[in-house]
Design a protein around this ligand. Structure first.
Ligand SMILES: Nc1ncnc2c1ncn2[C@@H]1O[C@H](COP(=O)(O)OP(=O)(O)OP(=O)(O)O)[C@@H](O)[C@H]1O
Length: 312
């Protein structure tokens, strides 16, 4: 496997002087080509800032980001981002097909190719036949599928996903998780996905990076050695899965993660205010309560050394 993304000593500071706030400090990691990696960390720790720096939307104030060897200094052509808020990222005045084609117009791909590729990618996300509709005529889950299709249509070298399923109901969320894994395997995409949801990170990923409170530092880098074929019921029931989610939950409650030199009270209040998702059964990285609930319910938090390898 070749290295797709190389993040070295990445630091981002918002503002200057007394108003300066260091959101991420000295982060170093690599993502291999074809990997699906998830980032979890407490609310406000700097996950979105990290993705914005990787995508070139904001400049790093220290360190560097390289995409297949090239230093990122603006938004690279072969990088795509899926955001949580699909309603704000799709163009309501364009049909679904035109929304999906949009990045190809930018790349000056001929019209017939654009149409064919948009149809293909819509089919791969289970939306063939809706190309002529407008986004606002679709359900939230379908709109997020359109966003994913639009991100994939240009065959990006790296797909960044920032809490992509946080605004849909629990059942749709499961469907979109499965869609992401299927598409990633079929296309061999490299994906870096940020989530608050510990269960989701373990279910989706080949690898989970656990971040500390702001300014974010990498506390653990876990291999998720679950079988490639995953199923919302049997995988989540498996001992290996339960053990891994315990491992991540424990890490998120560890002093290493909770310790914070610079996080302000707003961050702490924000973290405490998070209360898991509508399903009520997930464990939320932004909520100590979620982890307690897990411990009470499942009480089998054994060492997961067999299934998780801490790389750092
Ligand atoms: N534009 C900005 N100007 C100043 N500070 C900012 C800005 N954007 C984010 N921050 C601060 O940087 C820190 C990290 O924010 P960021 O949104 O990256 O965290 P996050 O981990 O993605 O949060 P959440 O999990 O709640 O989405 C927070 O303390 C936040 O208040």
């Amino acid at each position: 496997m070749s290295t797709m993304l190389e993040v070295s000593g990445l630091t981002h500071q918002y503002g200057q002087g007394e108003r300066a706030h260091v959101a991420v400090r000295d982060l170093t990691f690599t993502i291999e080509s074809g990997q699906l990696a998830c980032i979890v960390g407490p609310s406000g720790c700097g996950k979105s800032t990290l993705l914005r720096c990787i995508s070139g939307l904001i400049p790093a104030t220290g360190g560097s980001v390289r995409l297949h060897g090239d230093e990122v200094s603006g938004v690279p052509d072969d990088l795509a981002v899926v955001f949580q808020d699909y309603s704000r990222s799709l163009f309501p005045w364009l049909t679904v097909a035109k929304n999906v084609e949009f990045p190809l117009r930018w790349q000056k791909v001929p019209k017939a190719d654009r149409k064919r590729r948009a149809e293909e990618v819509l089919e791969s996300v289970g939306l063939s036949g809706v190309g002529k509709k407008y986004p606002w005529q679709l359900s939230g889950g379908m709109q997020q599928r359109v966003s994913i299709a639009r991100a994939l249509v240009s065959r990006p070298a790296l797909l960044l996903m920032d809490e992509p399923f946080a605004s849909v109901d629990a059942q749709t969320r499961g469907e979109l998780e499965d869609l992401t894994r299927r598409v990633q395997r079929e296309l061999g995409s490299t994906i870096l996905l940020v989530t608050h949801d510990i269960d989701e990170s373990v279910y989706l990923a080949d690898r989970v990076l656990v971040l500390s409170k702001s300014p974010a530092a990498i506390v653990a880098d876990l291999d998720i050695a679950l079988p490639a074929d995953r199923d919302q019921i049997t995988t989540r029931e498996s001992e290996q899965f339960v053990s891994l989610r315990s491992e991540v939950a424990r890490l998120l409650q560890s002093p290493q993660v909770q310790r914070t030199g610079e996080a302000d009270t707003t961050d702490a209040a924000h973290a405490a205010g998070e209360s898991g998702d509508a399903a009520g059964a997930r464990t939320d990285a932004g909520s100590g309560a979620g982890s307690d609930r897990f411990t009470e319910t499942h009480g089998t938090a054994e060492s997961s050394d067999e299934t998780a390898t801490a790389r750092s």
